[in-house]
Design a protein around this ligand. Structure first.
Ligand code: ZN
Length: 318
């Protein structure tokens, strides 16, 4: 843990303005469910809720860092983040509204990404809405990389891809090398390493603005892990006074939990900083008003959060 920053107001929560991205598969639920002000006629697929990436670098909404971008805050005020040493902000939090199926894709690990000008990407999903089909593609049925490549090149996706049941409240850890596709109707809260290196294997031959989106079949075949590893996530529930904390995943890149606060609770902070999204309810966190759809960073030095609910918070630490 870093030294506590004792300057007045140093424990102030840092609220961020999300960035929205239009996608060929996007929908309208981000506006409908969370009241974000979005263009009516656009298919908004992604809410970059906490992001310092070039395609969506969130701006601080208010307080003493108002108007600063998260990337600048990371560079100039590393003390807020416990002095973590990576060059760029290491994590990204998104909400995905899949009105249609997302492409079948895979992300590289650190080693492969480093040799191919990209970033490694492990991700974890929390299911906010499951959609009618209630399924998601994770993994495949091939016994070897060779069998995978053969079936993929012949387009035998029905035989190759593994679809698993998905319900609201489920979570899935998707390690690098896992072929995956989020399917129509799903609303997914996603935590990931801050990287956009995605190798698209199949995009249903659909058109985006008159043209098919680029595929990256060779790279995808290079990085797909075969046979598929199991992906079961076993949440660990801790009951506190007034709150339940559910650990969804802890891996080399992030720790991701859901906190459910009924009326009032004091929850200890056990990470150099936290990325927090309110996804249900409304209340306060350390005196600041918080409602579903709000996203904020808990800076270094804050030892606990006083939460009044009812609030469901998705909480990520490095
Ligand atoms: Zn992905």
């Amino acid at each position: 843990m870093a030294d506590v920053d004792d300057k007045p107001g140093s424990g102030e929560l840092i609220f961020l303005e999300p960035v929205f991205l239009t996608k060929v598969w996007g929908g309208t639920r981000l506006r409908d469910l969370y009241g974000y002000v979005l263009p009516v006629d656009e298919k908004v697929g992604e809410c970059l809720a906490i992001s310092a990436r070039p395609e969506g670098d969130c701006i601080v909404k208010r307080g003493r860092f108002a108007g600063m971008r998260l990337s600048a805050l990371w560079t100039e005020r590393r003390d807020l983040f416990g002095g973590l040493q990576t060059d760029t902000f290491p994590l990204q939090v998104k909400i995905l509204d899949a009105h249609e199926d997302l492409s079948v894709q895979v992300h590289p690990d650190e080693g492969y990404a480093a040799r191919h000008n990209g970033g490694g990407k492990n991700e974890c999903w929390y299911v906010l809405r499951a959609g009618d089909a209630g399924r998601v593609v994770i993994g495949h049925e091939a016994e070897s990389a060779r069998e995978f490549a053969g079936l993929a090149r012949e387009g035998r996706w029905g035989e190759l891809l593994r679809s698993v049941e998905m319900r609201e409240g489920d979570s899935f850890f998707i390690p690098a090398g896992t072929v995956h596709a989020i399917l129509a109707g799903s609303l997914i809260y996603e935590v990931q390493q801050s990287s956009d290196t995605t190798y698209r294997l199949f995009d249903y031959d659909r058109l985006d603005g008159g043209a098919k989106r680029q595929l990256h079949v060779e790279e995808a075949l290079d990085v797909v892990v075969a046979p598929s590893r199991p992906v079961a996530v076993s949440p660990v529930v801790t009951v506190l006074e007034g709150a339940t904390r559910t650990l969804l995943t802890r891996n080399d890149f992030f720790t991701f939990s859901r906190w459910d606060v009924d009326r009032a609770a004091t929850v200890p902070v056990d990470a150099p900083f936290l990325l927090v999204s309110a996804m249900e309810g409304s209340g306060t966190v350390n005196g600041a008003e918080v409602a579903a759809g709000d996203h904020f960073i808990v800076p270094s030095g804050v030892r606990e959060l006083d939460v009044t609910g009812p609030l469901t918070l998705m909480v990520t630490g490095p």
